[in-house]
Ligand binder design. Structure first.
Ligand SMILES: [Mn+2]
Length: 348
C-alpha cells in the first residue's frame, strides 16, 4: 500500500518511515518479496531513568526532511541507492500492554517473529533498550540459539541483573539474552562503553561470560578506526548471523541529547553511522534495533531522532551494498573519496 501522494514531502501526510509502503501481515511481506521491514516498538515501561521512549518510533519516522519515496536516495559516500536495490516497507508498530512488561515482551517477540516468518529482515525502532531482549530472542528463535551474534553500540553494558520485582529493565537485556542461551556472551561485541557503570561485580560477570567489550578508553587510545576493525573481525568470527543494536546514547550527548541516560565523552554521529554501514555491508545483518530516542528530551529540531533515522538508512545502504557485492573493507566510491572522478586542481 503506497502512502504518499505525488509531490508529498516526507514529513507531510501519512507518516511511514521514508514514506515507504505499508505492509501489515507476513503474507503481504511474502507476496511483496520484501527484504527489510521497518517497525516500531513504542515502549518505555522498562526505562529506569528519565523516559519518553514510547514516542521514539513516531519521532524517528517524522525526523526525515527529504522528499518522499520513491525519490532517489543514493548515499553520497558510496553512490548506492538502497531503495533501488532492496524492497523495504514500514510494518507499523508492535502491540503494547501499558504497564505490563511481561505481556508486552511476549507480544514484541511474536510481532518480530511475524516479520521473520514473512521472509523479511526486521529493523526495529525503539522504545527503551529493554525491547532488545524480546526482539533479539525472536531473531535467535528463527536462526538458532547460539548462532546469532550482536554488535552492541552503547554507553552502557546493559548486563545488569534485574532489580527486585521488575522484569527486563533497560539495563538488563543483554544479560537476559546471555542467560537464556539465545545469544551467548562470547557472541557479544560491545562498542562505546564509558562513564561510571557497571560496577565491579557486573564487569566480572561480563568477563566470565566472554563478552568482547570495547570501552571509549580503548577508542581514545587507538582511534575509532582501529577499534572498528577489531569489532568487524570479531563480528565475523563470533557467530553465523549478525544482529546490530544501536543505543543512541553511544553517541556523545552533543550529537544525541534526546535520550534517557546521556553520558558525555562518546562517539560522533558520523563514526556510528559509518560503523553501521560497514557492518551491514561487510558482515551482513539479520536484524537490528535503534533504541532509547526520547523525544521529550530532544533538542535542535529533533537531532537525536534524525540520528536514529540515519542509523537505519545506513543499515539499508550497507545491506544494498552487500547485495551488489560491494563488501570490500571501508568501500567508498572514488568520486567521493577524493581519489578519482572529474576533479582537477590548479597545480596538477
Ligand atoms: Mn542501552
Amino acid at each position: 500500500m503506497i502512502v504518499n501522494r505525488p509531490g508529498e514531502l516526507s514529513y507531510a501526510g501519512l507518516q511511514t518511515f521514508l514514506k515507504l509502503p505499508v505492509c501489515l501481515t507476513p503474507a503481504d511481506l511474502r507476496a511483496g518479496g520484501v527484504d527489510i521491514a521497518i517497525a516500531g516498538v513504542p515502549w518505555d515501561g522498562t526505562a529506569t531513568t528519565r523516559s519518553g521512549t514510547q514516542l521514539g518510533p513516531k519521532a524517528i519516522r517524522a525526523a526525515d526532511h527529504l522528499t518522499g519515496w520513491p525519490a532517489p536516495r543514493a548515499h553520497l559516500d558510496v553512490r548506492v541507492d538502497p531503495l533501488e536495490v532492496l524492497t523495504v516497507v514500514d510494518y507499523g508498530d508492535s502491540p503494547i500492554v501499558m504497564g505490563n512488561s511481561d505481556l508486552t515482551f511476549q507480544g514484541i517477540r511474536a510481532f518480530v517473529a511475524e516479520i521473520l516468518s514473512g521472509g523479511a529482515t526486521p529493523i526495529i525502532l525503539g522504545g527503551d533498550h529493554g525491547i532488545t531482549w524480546p526482539v533479539a530472542t525472536a531473531v535467535a528463535d528463527a536462526y538458532g540459539y547460539g548462532r546469532v551474534g550482536i554488535v552492541h553500540f552503547d554507553a552502557h553494558a546493559d548486563t545488569a541483573p534485574d532489580s527486585p520485582g521488575t522484569l527486563g529493565g533497560h539495563g538488563a537485556p543483554m544479560r537476559h539474552l546471555i542467560e537464556s542461551g539465545a545469544v551467548p556472551g562470547r557472541n557479544f561485541v560491545q562498542v562505546g562503553l564509558r562513564g561510571y557503570w557497571p560496577d565491579a561485580p557486573v564487569l566480572a560477570w561480563m568477563e566470565e561470560h566472554g563478552l568482547r567489550t570495547h570501552f571509549m578508553a580503548e577508542i581514545r587510545k587507538d582511534g575509532f578506526d582501529a577499534v572498528l576493525e577489531r569489532a568487524l573481525d570479531e563480528a565475523l568470527d563470533t557467530a553465523d548471523h549478525l544482529y546490530i543494536s544501536v543505543d543512541v546514547d553511544v553517541a556523545d550527548p552533543a550529537y544525541a541529547p534526546g535520550t534517557g541516560s546521556p553520558e558525555p565523552g562518546g562517539l560522533t554521529s558520523g563514526e556510528v553511522l559509518r560503523a553501521v554501514r560497514r557492518l551491514a555491508a561487510e558482515v551482513g545483518m539479520v536484524g537490528m534495533d535503534v533504541v532509547e530516542v526520547s523525544p521529550p528530551f530532544d533538542v535542535g529540531n529533533n537531532i537525536t531522532a534524525l540520528f536514529a533515522h540515519r542509523c537505519v538508512t545506513e543499515a539499508l545502504t550497507g545491506t544494498a551494498m552487500r547485495r551488489l557485492g560491494l563488501t570490500q573493507p571501508d568501500y567508498i566510491d572514488p568520486r567521493s573519496a577524493g581519489t578519482g572522478g572529474a576533479r582537477t586542481y590548479r597545480n596538477s
